[in-house]
Design a protein. Structure first.
Length: 491
């Protein structure tokens, strides 16, 4: 979905042919679902970690090109902002001791990348929004990575809107700003979790992931500052939604769906999500491939369905369906995009263990939770968790209104432990990662609350807001490298 495109501008003929090809891809995909042509024998998990680059003063460093050249590892790629990079963790199965091995491997890879980036005078930071990022950093040339895809995406969004993008975010220190590019999107750095699933298992896993989005975000929020303002606990959610919104006010009033979308109903098949994508969202990047997917499937070959995959990559669901082909074998994945990056490797792996564990148990229940919960309630939980983080009160079937920390401790942690046990995850791994989640819930502290408490203490000692944000980020980086869970960090 992050592949480069061949051009930055498209005419009407491109858009018309692309629409035809996307529909053809969907028809072929439906045929493949009916024929069960998918690899699901050995389900794998995967992870992508988006990172920020800062200089010696902890200010954004627009240097991803020399940094990536220095790292020289294809697992590290550029992202939208010139101060962003992405680390793609190789996929692997969940069972056994894998989680602890993964922790060691991710730490080793990131440490090696930091050593090489450090030679360029740059530090790598895993955080939801870089707190020292200010409007002036995104108002000058050079903020965007050198990429035809990103340039084309920027042009397409503004062509669809026909006007500048307003950023209006509530919170303790409300923010209003107008953007003439999609630059604010680059502020949003996340951890994306992937789970390979069989076609029949996709719908219950997606529904369960939607149910879990609120508790996930309450636990993992790590983005309280944007442009120097304290806003939501996970401000990244709203910044991303507004900075990629192709709708002018008139279309919002008419009920046109946003490109960043939670969804609007529970599903019974992955096909429903791809159909919604085509029904509701015009193309942003009508890039055409040479493949005839109908001819490929008729010949017994596996089609790449390039147009369908590209279109899917420009509809930003928080839980997104993925069709992919690896080594000639097609598979389906659920991509969870809810969580921010950071604060530490152990925190991120704890978040992933909590997600995979709860998903396994909830998706296999005979009487599923989503049958007792309105979709609107799940969406409300998600937005409330983004606003309030650890202090969120969630609606939960059978419990009514319940504090997020109590829900995690009393209800969800046992569900997560059972799910990981069903996956065959060793007890040592379950105890280590779920113990971090338990400690975070008991302490009532995640990355967002630590950032806010630390900045307040620094300002109370006489620092200006900007100085306090930079000093907080310096301490954050020290703790990040120590790999101690965020709930244990001193303010």
């Amino acid at each position: 979905m992050g592949e480069e495109v061949k051009r930055t501008t498209y005419d009407r003929a491109h858009a018309r042919e692309y629409r035809r090809k996307v529909q053809l891809c969907l028809d072929v995909f439906e045929t493949m679902l009916a024929q069960s042509r998918f690899d699901s024998d050995r389900p794998l998990t995967g992870m992508e970690i988006e990172c920020n680059l800062v200089d010696a003063d902890y200010q954004p460093a627009m240097s991803n090109r020399p940094v990536l050249d220095a790292i020289a590892d294809p697992a590290y790629q550029k992202e939208l902002g010139a101060y962003n990079i992405e680390f793609n963790v190789p996929p692997r199965p969940l069972p056994g001791h894998t989680g602890l091995d993964l922790e060691a491997e991710v730490r080793a890879s990131l440490n090696d990348a930091q050593t090489k980036a450090g030679a360029e005078g740059t530090r790598i930071v895993m955080i939801g929004i870089l707190p020292t990022l200010m409007p002036e950093h995104l108002s000058r040339d050079g903020w965007m990575s050198d990429s035809r895809r990103y340039a084309a995406l920027n042009d397409s969004i503004f062509s669809a809107r026909g006007e500048d993008i307003p950023i209006h975010i509530s919170g303790p220190e409300p923010l209003s700003w107008e953007s003439v590019t999609i630059a604010p999107e680059s502020a949003c750095t996340s951890m994306q979790l992937h789970l390979q699933v069989a076609p029949d298992d996709f719908a219950p896993n997606w529904n369960a992931a939607q149910v879990m989005a609120g508790p996930q975000l309450a636990l993992g929020a790590n983005s309280p500052y944007f442009f120097g303002h304290q806003l939501w606990s996970e401000t990244r959610i709203e910044v991303f939604a507004q900075s990629t919104d192709t709708r002018p006010e008139e279309l919002k009033t008419q009920g046109v769906r946003p490109r960043v979308w939670f969804g609007e109903r529970w599903i019974s098949s992955i096909l429903e999500l791809f159909k919604e994508n085509i029904r509701y969202f015009p193309s942003l990047l009508p890039e055409l491939s040479d493949e005839d997917p109908a001819a490929e499937i008729a010949a017994g070959r596996i089609p790449r369905l390039s147009e369908l995959r590209l279109h899917n990559g420009t509809v930003y669901r928080w839980n997104r369906p993925v069709y992919d082909v690896v080594d000639g074998r097609p598979h389906l994945r659920l991509e969870n995009r809810v969580l921010p990056a950071g604060p530490t490797v152990i925190d991120m792996l704890a978040n992933s263990a909590f997600f995979y564990g709860t998903l396994r148990t909830l998706s296999e229940e005979e009487h599923p939770l989503w049958a007792k919960m309105s979709f609107a309630a799940a969406h409300h939980n998600f937005l409330e968790a983004a606003r309030h983080g650890m202090d969120t009160v969630l609606h939960w079937p059978g419990l009514g209104e319940v504090a997020a920390t109590k829900l995690v401790l009393d209800t969800l942690l046992p569900i997560a432990d059972e799910g990981l046990r069903r996956w065959g995850v060793d007890v040592e791994v379950r105890d280590r990662f779920l113990g971090v989640v338990e400690g975070r819930a008991k302490a009532g502290r995640n990355g967002a609350s630590w950032q806010v408490a630390t900045v307040r203490a620094l300002q109370d000692s006489g620092m200006t807001r900007r100085a306090a944000l930079a000093e907080m980020l310096r301490r954050y980086c020290d703790h990040m490298h120590a790999n101690e869970p965020v709930h244990t960090w001193p303010c």
